[in-house]
Design a protein around this ligand. Sequence first.
Ligand SMILES: [Zn+2]
Length: 51
Amino acid sequence: MDYIWTPWRMKYIQGNRADQGCVFCQAAEHEDGLDNLIFYRGKGLFMILNR
Ligand SMILES: [Zn+2]
């Protein structure tokens, strides 16, 4: 089994971001565009790009 290791993401993963809430709920609250990267909204779902 191969493991994918991305050590440059550890700072982000280990960061305490609990006070900022859910990234998906925050994105959904804003107007679609380059700021939130949502490119499609449907009934009960949305599609967002990975920053
Ligand atoms: Zn959420």
